[in-house]
Design a protein around this ligand. Structure first.
Ligand SMILES: Cc1ncc(COP(=O)(O)O)c(C=O)c1O
Length: 389
């Protein structure tokens, strides 16, 4: 099938449609957006200015600046226990989002199946479709804290399965896979000879003293894993469009070829700033500051949602919370529309994240504490007035 035909199969994300609807509503509080409300730390902006003054205004290598690939390799070794050669096994991207289509395009054949735990980040299934494959949703359950289990995977694996996408900490549920979960998933991947795409963009935002683990660090997994990460969430740099992957050299070589004919390379002065940022302790202090503030907001929203009668798991990571709204009798779309029009609060229907998301909504708490308080009050008022809880 031609790429132009496949493009017909993917639709604009439901989240975008909701934002169009929300655009005209005055006094709206948006809990819909999936990006940090913090500004990029000042010293990182200074590094970008320094880069411009130093003449980082030209094209760079397709795989990214060597200085950033080296800084990423060092970070992966120290923080994630992943040994990747910066010359051949690390690549810088124009945002982590590029990783999915580009990496799938290196190995997927027409009709190959890719297992995706659902609810899932909106880019995964379209990336699989564009790369010529078939996305297969593997439902995860509130009863298991939305953590992917091998029992779930076993029901959906087939002869055609070629890859598995995992996302920890998870968007939209906030679930975090344990090391044991990852070990079991790794064994499953080896048994079925699957490539694993591991999306770890929220790795630094975990709570209750837990740590996020990287599957590529487990014995024998690097050779079959594409680790995806980036700067958008970690350093509040969404608009800079910078991400990275670590993967076996044959995958990086093909992704680099793809990039050659796509965006050529990520912005060079942004890459310089990111390389400097990775090695500057002030960046990690800023990350810890953001993490603490997200944690404070998480506690508030979790408490208020349960108090108002929406049963909600306490998420362990990312900056999302995923309340169950099924008992109100409304679909997640109806519930979100009601909140938009009556409470002037934008939330995202769980159905936007796959079939397993129905019956839930996603709330992003990457919003000021006071706004979250006000949004919770408004939601509760509407729910009580309409006798929905
Ligand atoms: C789970 C997940 N992966 C990847 C991305 C993409 O991040 P980037 O801004 O680096 O493209 C997002 C952005 O929302 C995300 O939530």
């Amino acid at each position: 099938m031609a790429l132009s035909d496949r493009l017909e199969l993917v639709n604009p994300s439901e989240i975008r449609k909701l934002f169009d609807l929300a655009a005209g509503i005055e006094g709206l509080i948006s809990l819909g957006i999936g990006e940090p409300d913090f500004d990029t730390p000042e010293h990182i902006k200074e590094y970008a200015k320094e880069a411009l003054d130093k003449g980082y205004t030209h094209y760079g290598p397709n795989a990214g600046l060597p200085m950033l690939r080296e800084a990423v390799a060092k970070k992966l070794k120290e923080q994630n226990g992943i040994e990747a050669d910066p010359k051949t096994e690390v690549m810088i991207l124009t945002g982590a989002n590029q990783a999915f289509l580009m990496s799938l395009a290196t190995f997927l054949k027409d009709g190959d199946e890719v297992l995706i735990p659902s609810p899932m980040f909106v880019s995964y299934a379209p990336a699989v479709v564009l790369a010529g494959g078939n996305p297969v949703e593997v439902p995860t359950y509130e009863e298991n804290e939305f953590r992917l289990s091998v029992d779930d995977l076993k029901r959906y694996v087939s002869e055609k399965t070629r890859a598995l996408i995992i996302n920890t900490p998870n968007n939209p549920t906030g679930s975090v896979l344990t090391k044991k979960d990852l070990e079991e998933i790794a064994d499953f991947a080896v048994e079925h000879d699957l490539i694993v795409i591991s999306d770890e963009v929220y790795e630094h935002f975990v709570y209750d003293g837990i740590k996020n683990h990287s599957i590529a660090a487990l014995d024998g997994m690097f050779e079959r894993t594409i680790t995806v990460n980036g700067f958008s969430k970690t350093f509040a740099m969404t608009g800079w469009r910078l991400g990275f992957v670590a993967a076996p050299a044959w995958i990086i070589e093909k992704m680099t070829r793809f990039q050659m004919y796509n965006s050529t390379c990520p912005v060079t002065f942004a890459q310089y700033a990111a390389a400097k940022a990775l090695e500057d302790p002030r960046s990690w202090e800023a990350v810890e500051g953001m993490r603490k503030e997200y944690d404070r907001r998480r506690n508030l929203v979790w408490k208020r949602l349960n108090e108002m009668g929406l049963p909600t798991l306490k998420p362990r990571g990312a900056f999302y919370i995923f309340p169950r709204i099924r008992d109100t009798g409304l679909s997640s779309k109806e519930f979100s529309e009601l909140m938009l029009t009556e409470a002037r609060v934008a939330v995202v229907p769980g159905s936007a994240f796959g079939n397993a998301g129905e019956g839930y909504i996603r709330i992003s708490y990457a919003t000021a504490y006071e706004k979250l308080e006000e949004a919770m009050n408004r939601m509760e008022k509407v729910l009580r007035e309409k006798n929905l809880v």
